[in-house]
Design a protein around this ligand. Structure first.
Ligand code: SF4
Ligand code: SF4
Length: 151
């Protein structure tokens, strides 16, 4: 049998996988573990939502909520890398295994709506002045009618 040596070798070797969460691997440099969110620093720009390749982040600017579907997250770290305020970080430990589908929701303070720019006082004050100036201008002289023989 050609595969007998491979079978024997695999029987004698330790398994390549670990019995997580009973056995946990020690973290290594640049390990991407549990995602951590500091909602107080979030400006609800939506960059993480746009960059997430598994589309598991939802940002609601009006309600001030940030949510993540934990079952869809692949721990790629793109959201963390692209967050302008650095409110997303990653621990060097795995998050706990989940037995039920869960959506992680953070409630923050919705950003205040931008006020419409008020009309400038100077512009408003200048408008009537311009009107008055136009009224003061003398009427333009009409060109004299051409007489016969002038041509
Ligand atoms: S990228 Fe950062 S600041 Fe922007 S919505 Fe996401 S978590 Fe908030
Ligand atoms: S780590 Fe990756 S998959 Fe998970 S929420 Fe961030 S961008 Fe999405």
């Amino acid at each position: 049998m050609l595969f007998t040596p491979t079978v024997v070798k695999n029987l004698l070797k330790r398994p390549a996988t670990r019995n997580y969460p009973s056995v946990v691997r020690d973290p290594f440099p640049n390990f991407r573990g549990e995602l951590v969110m500091d909602i107080d620093r979030c400006i609800f720009c939506g960059m993480c939502e746009r960059k997430c390749p598994s589309q598991c982040i939802t940002v609601d600017r009006q309600k001030g909520t940030w949510s993540c579907d934990l079952h869809a997250c692949i721990s790629c770290g793109y959201c963390r890398d692209n967050c302008p305020t650095k409110c997303l970080t990653m621990k060097d430990t795995h998050r706990k295994p989940l037995t039920e589908r869960a959506v992680w929701i953070e409630q923050g303070t919705p950003p205040k709506p931008k006020k419409k720019a008020a009309p400038k006082k100077e512009a408003a004050a200048e408008a009537p002045a311009e009107k008055a100036t136009a009224e003061e201008k003398p009427a333009e002289k009409k060109a004299p009618a051409k007489k016969k023989g002038d041509e």
